[in-house]
Design a protein around this ligand. Structure first.
Ligand code: NAD
Ligand code: TYD
Length: 357
């Protein structure tokens, strides 16, 4: 049988980058299970249309019958689980889908994986991996002088999004501990790069800088995030699948801590240099009401994955930002296709009603 992996959420930002990189680097078939929520776009995978190694399945990870059928039919050697509701602001205005997909959906997937794995022949059972893609936000917020998060940091999720991801992490951990399922967890910092839906800080800033819209900065803009180019995250996940010991958890970061205002100003300056008409974009920056419960700082200690697996981030932040703007400039059709109806409704509610300065 053709070696196969099952990817969930492969039509989203990180998932689509992962599938593309996987297809280029490996020989496996990819079965891609995605519900195509507002964040999932077939257009992000258009270049793979017609490739027999990419099998797209439109469906929900919380559909136990569908997931069991896919596992039985394709017999994957790994599940790489990206599917989630992923936007903190949306989790604040409507947390229910976060609990449903991130907690119940992950539980459903784990149950199906346990059933499939426990009945597999011993060779397949030994090789199988369940790789759960998670976030540094499960650890809560750091003070300016705190040490970065390690794999031993206490879980202290602050948003409904982070709490739902923490719940999923705990379920994955328990399936390792109780049933021996060969799980892996990656807790990664903020990603950026091509195909990111323009509701997150970096693509939203690029989108608005290019079209002359206002650029919203929450509160004082001094909140700090660690930024990792999505290609580096995907490489880290491939490395974990190939080399990490079952049960391992790794923090994955970019060694690029930046304050939000610094990121927004850097993007404005880069867009000004590439498209001088309309400069200076910094005039578009507008401080708006802060996010409730806003975490002040995230930072990752990535020494464990570097030491154990030799993975380190390669893309320098400034270079990654420049390449990301170039990608958005060259892919106007993709941007247009994802910024229609539902997107406009979200922007209206989020920025024009609830956050009017
Ligand atoms: P995204 O919102 O861009 O994509 C999520 C994908 O999951 C979409 O294609 C969506 O259609 C799909 N999906 C949602 N609910 C589903 C369901 N019930 N069944 C099947 N598919 C469903 O998210 P992303 O930014 O690509 O994040 C991917 C994963 O990485 C998430 O688990 C997220 O928590 C994690 N993560 C993201 C970041 C980041 O900075 N974006 C950082 C660390 C970890
Ligand atoms: P975001 O991209 O939503 O990722 P996360 O909340 O998962 O870290 O936000 C990154 C940072 O940027 C976060 O501190 C919130 C802030 N932010 C703004 O200041 N303005 C915005 O319009 C958005 C979307 C985010």
């Amino acid at each position: 049988m053709q070696p196969t992996i099952l990817v969930t959420g492969g039509a989203g930002f990180i998932g689509s980058n992962f599938v593309r990189a996987w297809m280029a680097a490996e020989t496996d078939t990819v079965v891609n299970l995605d519900k195509l929520t507002y964040a999932g776009n077939r257009a992000s995978l258009a270049d793979l249309d017609g490739d027999p190694r990419h099998v797209f399945v439109h469906g929900d990870i919380a559909d136990a019958t569908l997931v069991a059928q896919l596992l039985g039919q394709h017999r994957p050697r790994a599940i790489v689980h990206f599917a989630a509701e992923s936007h903190v602001d949306r989790s604040i205005s409507g947390p229910a889908p976060f609990v449903q997909t991130n907690v119940v959906g992950t539980f459903t997937l784990l149950e199906a994986a346990r059933e499939y794995w426990s009945r597999a022949p011993s060779g397949e059972r030994d090789a199988f991996r369940f790789l759960h893609v998670s976030t540094d936000e499960v650890y809560g917020s750091l003070a300016p002088d705190d040490r970065p998060f390690t794999e031993r940091s206490r879980y202290a999720p602050n948003s409904p999004y982070a709490a739902s991801k923490a719940g999923a992490d705990h379920l994955v951990r328990s399936y390792r501990h109780t049933y021996g399922l060969p799980t892996l967890i990656g807790n990664c910092s903020n990603n950026y790069g091509p195909y990111q839906f323009p509701e997150k800080l970096i693509p939203l800033t690029i989108f608005n800088a290019l079209r002359g819209g206002r650029i919203p900065v929450y509160g004082d803009g001094a909140q700090v995030r660690d930024w990792l180019h999505v290609s580096d995250h995907c490489a880290a996940l491939r490395t974990m699948l190939a080399h990490a010991a079952p049960g391992a958890t790794y923090n994955i970061g970019g060694n690029a801590e930046r304050a939000n205002l610094e990121v927004v100003r850097a993007l404005c300056a880069l867009v000004d240099a590439m498209r001088p008409e309309g400069a200076p974009r910094s005039r578009l920056i507008e401080h708006v009401a802060d996010r409730p419960g806003h975490d002040r700082r995230y930072a990752i200690d990535g020494s464990a994955i570097a030491r154990d697996l030799g993975w380190r981030p390669r893309v320098a932040f400034d270079e990654g930002l420049r390449a990301t703007i170039e990608w958005y400039l060259a892919n106007g059709a993709w941007v247009d296709s994802v910024t229609s109806g539902e997107y406009r409704r979200w922007i209206d509610v989020q920025y024009c009603v609830s956050r009017r300065a």
